[in-house]
Design a protein. Sequence first.
Length: 129
Amino acid sequence: MDSNIEVGEIWLINIPWFNPSKEKFCIFILAGYFFVINSKNNYPFSHPILKKHYKFLKRDSYISCSILLQLPEELPLIHRLGALTIETMDELIRFIPSIDTLSKIDQDKIINSLTIKIKEIKLSKLRRP
């Protein structure tokens, strides 16, 4: 994964293994791993992500949390769109333990990763003058 990508960032990525290949909004949840955002709630273990908090969304959408996808090194990132809010990260931390398609190890890694990111954001806000 590009060392400039941080946990919680949302990127537009062209995913060639989708049929047909398409550009998707993706949330980096661990170093090198992401969840996909879908406009419809067609998958189990999807968490809502609201347009009012994320201007790049055309409508309220869903974070598909049932499959943790790994970013191949050769897959180009198209555009950084933004980052998850602390509130959405908190919601995901509470939601992740219910996802039985993720291993307990992956659940713990995701929760830890999001928890650390929240602490970093809060600490950086305290340091601002």
